[in-house]
Write a protein that binds this ligand. Structure first.
Ligand code: B1M
Length: 209
C-alpha cells in the first residue's frame, strides 16, 4: 500500500475497523510513520472544518475521533521508535463542581487526533489538581471546560491558581456552553473556543505564541 487516501477516508467516515486494518497495512508496507500520521491528522482537521461549516455534527465527530484513537494506538509504537513525539502536552478537565463531560471529552479526542499528548483529569477538577498536573506533565496548555453558570467562578479560581503557580509559558484556554470570549478576558484566560474543532486551532496557536 502506498496511497494513504483510503486511511484518511476511513477515519473521516469513522470506520474504525477499516482504519485499523489500513494503518496496520501501512506499517507493514514500511511507509514513513510521519506520512501515515500526517494523513490521519489531516482527516481530523477536515472533520473539524466540516463541523465548523455545520456539514457534520457531534455524532460524526465522535465516531471519527474514536476511529482516530484506535488507529493511532496501533501506530504509536512505530512513532515512538521513529522518535516522533506529540507536538506538546495539554491538560484538560471540567472545573470543580461540574460533572458534564461530553464536550470536554470531544475536545480531548480532537486534541489527541491533532497529535497533542492529552492528560484528561476528568470532571469536578479542583484548581490545585489543574496546577499539579500542569507542573507534573510540563503542559503547554491547560484547558478548562464548564457547562454550568454556577461553576463559572470555579473556572476563575482555576485560572488564578494556575497564574499564581507561575508556570513559564503555560497558556490557559476555556470553553463550554455558557462561556464567552468576554468572560475569558475577564478572568485572565488566554483564549476561548466555542467548539471542539476551533479548540484545536486555538491550542496550536497558543502553544507557539
Ligand atoms: Co446538565 N445542564 N445538569 N446534565 N445538561 C445543562 C448544561 C443545562 C444547560 C440544561 C438546561 O437547564 N437547559 C443546565 C445548566 C443551566 C445553567 O447553568 N445555566 C444543566 C443543569 C442545570 C444540570 C444539573 C444542575 C441538573 C440538576 O441536577 N438539577 C446537573 C448538574 C450536575 C453537575 O454537573 N454538578 C446536570 C446534570 C446533567 C447530566 C449528568 C444528566 C448530563 C451530563 C452527562 C455528562 O456530561 N456525562 C447533563 C446533560 C447531558 C446536559 C445537556 C442536556 C447537554 C450537555 C452536553 O453534553 N452537550 C445540557 C443542555 C444543553 O447544553 N443543551 C445541560 C453536548 C456537548 C457536545 O456540548 O458540552 O457545550 P458542550 O461542549 C461543546 C462546546 O461547549 C465546546 O466544545 C464542545 C463540542 O463542540 N467546549 C469546549 C466544551 N468544553 C470546552 C473546552 C474548551 C473548548 C471548547 O477548551 C478547553
Amino acid at each position: 500500500m502506498s496511497n494513504l487516501a483510503p486511511l484518511n477516508e476511513a477515519i473521516k467516515k469513522g470506520n474504525r475497523n477499516e482504519a485499523k486494518r489500513l494503518v496496520t497495512e501501512a506499517i507493514a508496507a514500511k511507509l514513513p510513520p510521519r506520512e501515515i500520521l500526517d494523513a490521519m491528522v489531516a482527516a481530523m482537521d477536515e472533520i473539524g472544518a466540516r463541523f465548523q461549516r455545520n456539514e457534520v455534527f457531534v455524532p460524526e465527530m465522535l465516531i471519527a475521533s474514536r476511529a482516530m484513537k484506535e488507529a493511532l494506538a496501533i501506530l504509536e509504537p512505530t512513532l515512538v521508535k521513529a522518535g516522533i513525539t506529540p507536538e506538546f502536552t495539554a491538560v484538560i478537565g471540567t472545573v470543580q463542581g461540574d460533572l458534564h463531560d461530553i464536550g470536554k471529552n470531544l475536545v480531548a479526542m480532537m486534541w489527541k487526533g491533532a497529535n497533542f499528548a492529552v492528560v484528561d483529569l476528568g470532571t469536578n477538577v479542583s484548581p490545585e489538581a489543574f496546577v499539579k498536573a500542569a507542573q507534573e506533565h510540563k503542559a503547554k496548555i491547560v484547558g478548562l471546560s464548564g457547562l454550568l453558570t454556577t461553576t463559572m467562578p470555579a473556572m476563575k479560581q482555576a485560572v488564578e491558581a494556575l497564574r499564581k503557580a507561575g508556570l513559564p509559558g503555560l497558556k490557559v484556554m476555556i470553553g463550554g456552553a455558557p462561556i464567552t470570549a468576554e468572560f475569558a478576558k475577564e478572568i485572565g484566560a488566554d483564549g476561548f473556543s466555542p467548539d471542539a474543532a476551533s479548540a484545536v486551532d486555538l491550542a496550536r496557536k497558543l502553544a507557539v505564541a
